[in-house]
Write a protein that binds this ligand. Structure first.
Ligand SMILES: Cc1cc2nc3c(=O)[nH]c(=O)nc-3n(C[C@H](O)[C@H](O)[C@H](O)COP(=O)(O)OP(=O)(O)OC[C@H]3O[C@@H](n4cnc5c(N)ncnc54)[C@H](O)[C@@H]3O)c2cc1C
Length: 314
């Protein structure tokens, strides 16, 4: 039995071969993965990464894969699929404790029903709580970092709590480090009328439906908004006439120009990446703006295109 399988079996964690990133990401592209490990609990997840680190085996955490573009080659590392690590939501007054694999849209509904406000603007963001924490996901004036009281992380095989205010929460970027596994969080929300919270959440969702492609295979906004620009990236790309532009199986969404969508059974990451680079090149040449990826690019070599030192804020 391979070492990975042996460790997973010992800890009671499902280990699978033969999965592709195309099965695990919302863009539905990306190559084969050596092993996908799917822990069910925070304790299992903490234990498995400890064992893998000890054995010198490389791994990367994945939630719902709604912000990842993985390339088409074979990925020789382990993907820790956290979307099954859902646990149960615990509400104690204004404090809400949730595991990293729990669905963010589901959590927004749960807390709205409990009369707790603070994340209703995030109701339409697909993905897990862990992915949202990692990216400091945000929309319509709400960001998850602003309401995060504590984060549970994996340290030396154990579940450890760190205070939310010890973390830097920036625009789609945090000070969590590569190799840090987020297990769950405690949010501090504000009591409010459930009807009003729901109305605000519905409003955010309908604004999203009116401006973003619905049901298409995307990863949300591909690029960040440039800090120095008064107009958003979507508008910049739209004004260059690039809506509907195609590279093989990848298209600039005709609905929102900062969304790249993929089409067809055999869609390729290579097409999405080529289209993204074409957009960057034109924006650089015509506007003098260097667009930064919001989507994470995962290389089969294990290196991401966005520099690690930028990601960690060092
Ligand atoms: C249609 C659409 C609309 C979107 N709209 C928005 C929006 O309005 N605002 C916004 O911010 N985002 C948006 N996104 C992007 C995406 O939904 C968010 O970034 C989301 O929070 C990602 O969660 P995930 O579970 O899918 O993370 P994944 O894509 O699986 O992972 C994203 C990153 O987080 C890391 N990660 C995931 N879980 C953990 C963990 N437990 N511990 C450590 N690292 C972890 C991964 O390694 C990866 O680096 C949109 C995406 C789509 C498809």
């Amino acid at each position: 039995m391979e070492l990975v399988e042996e460790i997973a079996t010992r800890l009671g964690i499902r280990a699978e071969r033969g999965k592709r990133f195309a099965d695990l990401t919302s863009l539905r592209v990306g190559g084969a993965i050596d092993w996908v490990l799917t822990p069910d609990t925070e304790e299992q997840a903490a234990a498995i990464v400890y064992e893998l680190d000890k054995a010198g085996i490389g791994w990367r955490p994945l939630g719902s894969g709604s912000n990842v573009l993985a390339d088409d080659a074979d990925h020789h590392y382990i993907v820790l699929n956290l979307s099954n690590m859902k646990g149960e939501v615990h509400i104690d007054g204004e404090l809400v404790s949730v595991s990293a694999g729990y669905s963010l849209p589901r959590l927004c509904i749960d807390v709205a029903r409990a009369g707790l406000s603070g994340i209703e603007g995030l109701g339409g963001i697909p993905g897990t709580v862990g992915g949202a924490l990692w990216m400091n996901a945000g929309a319509f004036g709400h960001e998850i970092g602003t309401v995060t009281e504590k984060v549970r992380v994996a340290r030396d095989g154990k579940v450890v709590e760190v205070p939310g205010d010890s973390i830097e929460w920036n625009y789609r970027h945090t000070s969590f480090r590569e190799g840090e596994l987020l297990l769950g969080a405690t949010l501090r929300l504000k009591p409010d009328d459930p009807e009003q919270i729901k109305a605000r959440m519905d409003d955010a969702k309908s604004r999203r439906l009116a401006t973003q492609p619905h049901g298409a295979r995307s990863a949300g906004c591909f690029f960040k908004n440039p800090p120095a620009s008064t107009i958003g990236t979507g508008k910049i790309i739209d004004e260059m006439g690039m809506k509907g532009q195609r590279r093989g199986s990848a298209v600039v969404s005709p609905v929102h120009a900062n969304f790249i969508v993929t089409e067809g059974e055999n869609a390729r990451a290579e097409d999405a990446l080529a289209l993204a680079e074409e957009i960057r090149e034109r924006v650089r040449r015509e506007q003098g703006i260097e667009l930064e990826y919001e989507v994470e690019l995962w290389r089969a070599s294990g290196e991401s295109v966005d520099k690690p030192d930028e990601r960690s804020g060092e």
